[in-house]
Design a protein around this ligand. Structure first.
Ligand code: GLU
Length: 420
């Protein structure tokens, strides 16, 4: 695979390692080394002060051999084509690992939504949805929430998309986005799904390792949707959060930080900084905090050659996409730290997106227990395959997860052949 800088460069290195071990068919390797489509659209938005600002939306569609392109949409000042390309490619592997009929895509707009009003964010959302036009669609490419996007943004996207459809087709298109508010066709359990998946995979690992989660300690890097829900769901299992970080700072308390109290505090204050039950620490201290589990749940490239040596946990459970780069990975492996890789550990989000999509298509509404049970089954199966593949190929879990995905894609390409 051609080497690109930064985040996509990480994907290339991970892919090459797995493809070599698997001895992936060279033609299929060529296909999967490239993204199918890369759409870049510049569009104007009227800001609150009356001025016009230009924005750029990236939508990268990596592969759709297994089903429609699928993946989230990110609003962040660091978004660029390299990052979106990487995130789209990871979505292809993720959908393949959990065995859902989707391909991989990702979108992003490079801006800081914290500096915009709600009205400005709504206008950005509606205008780019219009600009993307038929590049997205319920059976073609289905966006969902990601960093700094949520159910409200999906509702605006849905409304804008449907407004451009002929009236008689609108009812049949609500599955054009997932992660919608429940009242607007969303699924119960979707909001917590990524965090729930992180916890389900941690529980599977704990079972295998005969490790008791009751009284186990953990740290969380990133306290957005995934970090909050993972810690909220670990609390009833008796696990104790001892340090946590978000954009406002890092805090620690070895006796424990209550995730629900912290969640309430963050709603009011906008971040973890200054939370009464803990003292301030810095980023490196957070990564170096002695605990059993570290859950990176923020952005890419947090665990690198520089920071990996600080980490002293038993398990890293990747709630974020791409938090560990290949150099960081090698150090964690050398230090005997177990890894639940992102494309397995955080796949709960896209699994419940698939359930939402199915409910919309069938005009069904599933109870939360049903969603949770089906999610658990998907993740337990995927976890088992990755674990067994790691043993079979005597390799690390990230490479094993890639092998599971690549085997599935290889089979599909062999069955279908290449047109013409
Ligand atoms: N953004 C989430 C992810 O990275 C969810 C994607 C989806 O539901 O389509 O997995």
């Amino acid at each position: 695979m051609e080497k690109k800088s930064s985040v996509y460069g990480n994907v290339c290195r991970q892919f090459d390692k797995a493809a070599d071990i698997l001895q992936l068919n060279p033609d299929i390797r060529k296909i999967l080394s490239k993204t199918n489509n890369e759409i870049i659209v510049n569009f104007p938005v009227k800001m609150d002060n009356g001025s016009i600002q230009m924005f750029t939306v990236y939508r990268v569609q990596h592969n759709n051999a297994l089903g429609p392109f699928k993946g989230g949409l990110r609003y962040h000042q660091a978004v660029d084509i390299d990052e979106v390309r990487a995130l789209a490619t990871w979505m292809t592997w993720k959908s393949a690992i959990v065995n859902i009929p989707f391909g991989g895509a990702k979108g992003g707009i490079q801006f800081d939504p914290c500096k915009c009003s709600k009205g400005e964010i709504e206008r950005v959302t509606r205008r780019f949805t219009f600009a993307l036009g038929s590049n997205i669609g319920p059976e073609y490419d289905i966006p969902a929430p990601d960093v700094n996007t949520n159910a409200q943004i999906m509702a605006w996207m849905l409304d804008t998309y449907l407004s451009t459809m002929p009236a008689h087709e609108r009812q049949a298109c609500s599955h054009v986005v997932t992660g919608k508010p429940v009242e607007a066709g969303g699924s119960l359990g979707r909001e917590k799904a990524t965090g729930q998946g992180v916890v389900f995979t941690i529980q599977e690992w704990a079972k295998d390792e005969k490790f008791d989660l009751k009284g186990a300690t953990y740290t969380v890097q990133g306290f957005g949707n995934v970090g909050y829900w993972a810690s909220h769901l670990l609390k009833p299992l008796g696990a104790i959060m001892v340090a946590v970080e978000d954009v406002t700072g890092a805090i620690a308390n070895e006796k424990g930080i209550d995730p629900d109290d912290l969640g309430e505090y963050v709603k009011k204050s906008g971040g973890v900084k200054g939370f009464g039950q803990a003292h301030a620490i810095d980023h490196k201290q957070l990564l170096g905090t002695k605990a059993d589990i570290l859950i990176p749940a923020a952005l890419e490239n947090q665990i690198t050659a520089e920071t990996a040596p600080l980490i002293k946990v038993k398990l890293v459970a990747e709630g974020a996409n791409g938090p560990t780069d290949p150099d960081g990975d090698a150090i964690l492996q050398k230090n005997g730290i177990a890894m639940l890789p992102d494309i397995l550990c955080n796949a709960g989000g896209v699994v419940v997106s698939y359930f939402e999509w199915l409910q919309n298509k069938r005009s069904e509404f599933w109870e939360l227990e049903e969603v949770d049970q089906k999610l658990l089954r998907k993740l337990v199966n995927a976890y088992g395959r990755v674990r067994d593949t790691a043993k079979q190929y005597k390799t690390d879990w990230r490479t094993a997860a890639y092998i599971v995905a690549l085997q599935r894609l290889e089979t599909v390409y062999k069955d279908r052949g290449i047109f013409p």
